[in-house]
Design a protein. Structure first.
Length: 424
């Protein structure tokens, strides 16, 4: 007798019943960015958990120190904190089985509709922006040819070169090199034109390096169209502003990559590949769940795919101007406390691209405070609670958009204590 794989109203409503407790717990254990209430104490909402996790702090149980994150959406710190609604729909997704390729196509269609992408564009949920880079290039190289897909990174019979600006080289282009391509490094438009040959597969642009390169983001896309070569932009950390999610497609880029677990606050191990339908389809063929592919190791589950759709829905509805005002307020509240100490000064800035949010630099006069910035950072990191800020030879730096409500007060208190302890 054949298996009935269709979800019934009974099974669906049963899932909703299970989820009622999950949603309630998630919503009560997390607060919005403007909430003033403290997070629940350790052990709250854990009555149904026994064994590991029963304490309410799984990190403490493993002996891992949690930190107050004043550095931003760094993968090494866990990226960002997913919204309760995202966690809730991910748990819903875990209640059923489905065809992952079908789900990817459906999710991509929904995302394209939400973002109002140009005609002929869609999206693919990937295992982070790095996986989007690798699978996107792999799809350009192989198309839908099964033989080519299986033989990567052996490029026999395929194009084998990607052009990139010298100032755009960075550790993340390892994802490009993993496909077997040779990176052809150029600096000027003339050098780019001379570098193009029958083996040129793609023009790669690193958006956070836009200011450093001679060829700017809009010109790079135009050159790709003129030369009939696909263009790819790595825009991993380039939301906010939210419009970047569709700006590059409208600019003419054939593919673009975004992180899902940064400011969008989706699943940490999710990302987005946005681009032409034919190229995105080929990228999926080079990705998990398909076997004997370069991207099999970059698996993205049904839960992450569903969570990414929900995270985007919520992100698009946010009042981004109000968020920026709140993030700036947090920095100013810290500044108001620490600048009362003689010798301490602060300054604000917003990067043009990548983590385009308010930042604050903290400096102090060595004649008033005898403290090396590296030692200051180390002391804060080793304190209770552990606080992570950026440091350079001139001082400390931070942003506030990944802070939980009230953590700016804790940072201010510890900085005041630190500076007073080293004041002359």
């Amino acid at each position: 007798m054949p298996l009935n794989l269709k979800s019934t109203r009974r099974t669906f409503m049963s899932s909703l019943g299970v989820m009622a407790g999950v949603v309630a717990g998630a919503m009560s254990s997390a607060r919005g960015l403007f909430a003033s209430a403290a997070l629940p104490a350790s052990g709250a909402n854990t009555a149904r958990i026994s064994g590991f996790g029963a304490s309410g702090n799984v990190y403490e149980e493993l002996g891992v120190t949690t930190v107050i994150n004043g550095q931003g959406t760094m993968t090494v710190l866990g990226g960002s904190l997913a919204r309760p609604e995202v966690e809730a729909v991910m748990a819903l997704a875990g209640q059923h089985f489905c065809s992952i390729p079908d789900l990817e196509v459906a999710a991509g269609k929904r995302i394209a509709e939400m973002l109002k992408l140009p005609e002929g564009y869609t999206a693919l949920v990937t295992s982070g922006a790095a996986a989007a880079m690798q699978s996107g290039l792999a799809g350009i190289l192989t198309g839908d040819n099964p033989k080519f897909i299986e033989q990567l990174p052996d490029l026999t019979g395929m194009k084998s070169e990607v052009i990139i600006q010298k100032s755009h080289r960075n550790p993340f282009d390892h994802q490009l090199r993993a496909t077997g391509v040779k990176l052809v490094v150029i600096e000027t438009t003339d050098e780019l034109r001379k570098a193009v040959n029958p083996q040129t597969a793609m023009l790669h642009f690193t958006n956070f390096a836009n200011a450093a390169g001679q060829i700017k983001v809009d010109e790079w896309a135009k050159l790709g169209k003129e030369l009939n070569i696909p263009t790819f932009i790595d825009a991993a950390a380039d939301t906010p502003p939210v419009s970047h999610l569709w700006d590059y497609a409208n600019m003419g880029y054939d593919l673009s990559a975004f992180s899902g677990g940064k400011a969008i606050r989706g699943p940490q191990c999710a990302g987005l590949l946005i681009g032409r339908k034919d190229l995105v389809a080929s990228a999926l063929l080079n990705n998990s769940p398909h076997e004997d592919t370069l991207g099999r190791c970059a698996k993205v589950g049904k839960e992450e795919i569903i969570g990414m759709v929900k995270a985007l829905e919520l992100y698009l509805k946010e009042d981004h101007e109000a968020l920026n005002r709140e993030w700036q307020r947090r920095l100013e509240s810290i500044s108001a406390q620490i600048t009362r100490i003689p010798g301490v000064t602060t300054a604000y800035s917003v990067p043009d691209v990548a983590n385009h949010v308010p930042h604050m630099n903290i400096k102090w006069d060595p004649s008033h405070i005898s403290l090396d910035p590296r030692d200051a950072s180390k002391t804060l990191r080793g304190g209770q609670p552990s606080i992570v800020l950026e440091s350079d030879p001139n001082g400390l730096g931070m942003n506030s958009f990944m802070l939980k409500p009230g953590e700016e007060k804790t940072i201010a208190e510890h900085l005041v204590q630190l500076f007073r302890a080293h004041s002359a």
